[in-house]
Design a protein around this ligand. Structure first.
Ligand SMILES: Nc1ncnc2c1ncn2[C@@H]1O[C@H](COP(=O)(O)OP(=O)(O)OP(=O)(O)O)[C@@H](O)[C@H]1O
Ligand SMILES: [Mg+2]
Length: 358
C-alpha cells in the first residue's frame, strides 16, 4: 500500500458505524441522511476516467448514505468496474473527486484502503488453501489485531453460512460457496464500505438469492455500507437505490420503486367481446384508455387493486386480463432506448469460472 495520507477525514468528523434498517425507498437526501452534518459513506463529484480516446467514465456524481445498499446497474463496458477501481484507489481518476468514509481517494489512498472491503469481479481465492487459511492470510495483509482474528473469522463465516466448511479446501467449494467466502473475506477487517463487483455473476438464481440474503445480513448485523455492481435487473431490486450507468454516464438514479414510477403507470389490458364499447365505457368513467385491434388498455396507478373495478366498468364479457407493472427492464429501456444485454456478461464469465472451480 502506498500513499502519504494522514488519517483525518475530509469534511466533518466521521463515525464509521452505520444505521441499518428497512429499505430506504427514497428521499435519503430529504431525510437528512445525506446532509452536510452526516457525511455520506461515498461522495463522488464529476468523476471521469479516460483510457486514450475511450472515456470509460464520464463525469459521474452521486452520494451513498451510510448503511445503504447501492447498486450500479449497467451492461458490459458501461464503466462499473472502472468506477469501483477509482473508488478503491486502484485506478487514478482522470478528473473529478471522490471520498469514501470521508477520505479522499486521490489524496488519502491508504486511509481509504483501510476502510474498504473489496470483492473483485474475477475470483481471487487461493484454491489450495482452506477457507480458514484464506481468511488468515487476509487478516495478516490487513493487519487485523491478532487477538481479534479468530473471533472475526468465526463471525464472517457465520454471516455467510460457511462455518461448517471452515477447514475445507476452497477447491472443493461450489462456485456460490467460493463467492460467499470472498464476501466474508471482504468483511474480515470490519470495513465501513464493502465494494462488490458483480458478486452474483455466473451463479444460478437460487444461489444469487442466498447471496443477497448474506448481503442484507451484513448490512443489518455489521452496519456496513454496500456498493455493488450488477447487470441483473431482477437483483438490482434488492438495493435501496440504483444508479443506471450506460456508456460511462449515470442516466438515472433513485429507488427501484421511484425509477419504475418514472417509466409510467401500470396497465390493465382487457381482451373483450367488444373492445370499443369497453373502451368507451371506461373512458366515460374517467379512465385513461387506449383501444387497440386486439384489446383495450387502461392506464392506472395500481393495476392489481383496480382490476375488479375495471372489469365491471368495461361492462362487456371479458376474455382475458393482463396486469403489467413497469419493471427494471422497462426502466432500462426507457432511459437508454435499448434493452440491457443480459447474458452477455455471463457468456464472458465461464472462462474464469471454470478455472475458479477447477
Ligand atoms: N485498463 C484498461 N485499459 C483500457 N481500457 C479499459 C481498461 N479498463 C476498462 N477499459 C474500458 O473502459 C470501459 C468500461 O469498462 P469497465 O470494465 O468499467 O466496464 P463494466 O461496466 O465493468 O463492464 P462488465 O459488465 O463487462 O464488467 C470499456 O470500454 C473498457 O474496454
Ligand atoms: Mg465490470
Amino acid at each position: 500500500m502506498t500513499g502519504s495520507d494522514d488519517a483525518t477525514p475530509v469534511g466533518p468528523a466521521q463515525n464509521s458505524s452505520s444505521s441499518s434498517g428497512p429499505r430506504r425507498e427514497r428521499a435519503l437526501e430529504d431525510s437528512g441522511i445525506l446532509s452536510d452534518s452526516a457525511p455520506p459513506a461515498i461522495d463522488v463529484k464529476s468523476l471521469s476516467k479516460r483510457y486514450g480516446e475511450n472515456e470509460a467514465v464520464k463525469g459521474v456524481s452521486f452520494k451513498v448514505a451510510r448503511g445503504e445498499v447501492f447498486a450500479f446497474l449497467g451492461p458490459n463496458g458501461a464503466g462499473k468496474t472502472t468506477t469501483i477501481r477509482m473508488l478503491c484507489t486502484l485506478t487514478r481518476p482522470t478528473s473529478g473527486s471522490a471520498t469514501v468514509d470521508g477520505f479522499d481517494v486521490f489524496r488519502q489512498p491508504t486511509a481509504v484502503r483501510r476502510r474498504i472491503g473489496l470483492v473483485f469481479q474475477e475470483p481471487t481465492l487461493d484454491q489450495q488453501l482452506t477457507a480458514e487459511e484464506n481468511l488468515q492470510f487476509h487478516a495478516v495483509l490487513y493487519r487485523v489485531p491478532r487477538h481479534q482474528v479468530e473471533e472475526r473469522i468465526d463471525r464472517v463465516l457465520r454471516l455467510v453460512d460457511l462455518g461448517e466448511r471452515r477447514k475445507d479446501l476452497v477447491s472443493t467449494f461450489s462456485g456460490g460457496m467460493a463467492r460467499r467466502l470472498e464476501i466474508a473475506r471482504g468483511m474480515l477487517h470490519t470495513p465501513a464500505v464493502l465494494f462488490l463487483d458483480e458478486p452474483t455473476i455466473g451463479l444460478d438464481p437460487q444461489t444469487r438469492a442466498l447471496m443477497w440474503e448474506d448481503v442484507l445480513r451484513l448490512r443489518s448485523e455489521e452496519g456496513v455500507t454496500i456498493f455493488l455492481t450488477t447487470h441483473y435487473m431482477d437483483e438490482a431490486e434488492y438495493a435501496d437505490r440504483i444508479a443506471i450507468i450506460d456508456n460511462g454516464s449515470i442516466v438515472a438514479l433513485d429507488s427501484p420503486d421511484e425509477l419504475k414510477k418514472m417509466v409510467g403507470s401500470d396497465t390493465v389490458e382487457l381482451s373483450t367481446a367488444d373492445d370499443k364499447l369497453a373502451g368507451s365505457n371506461l373512458e366515460q368513467a374517467g379512465y385513461k384508455v387506449s383501444v387497440g385491434e386486439q384489446s383495450v388498455v387502461a392506464f392506472v396507478e395500481n393495476g392489481e387493486e383496480q382490476v375488479t373495478a375495471i372489469i365491471s366498468t368495461a361492462g362487456v364479457p371479458i376474455r382475458s386480463v393482463k396486469v403489467h407493472r413497469p419493471d427494471l427492464d422497462d426502466v432500462f429501456l426507457h432511459f437508454t432506448g435499448r434493452e440491457i444485454r443480459e447474458g452477455h456478461a455471463e457468456r464472458s464469465f465461464p472462462m474464469h469460472f471454470r478455472s475458479f472451480r477447477r
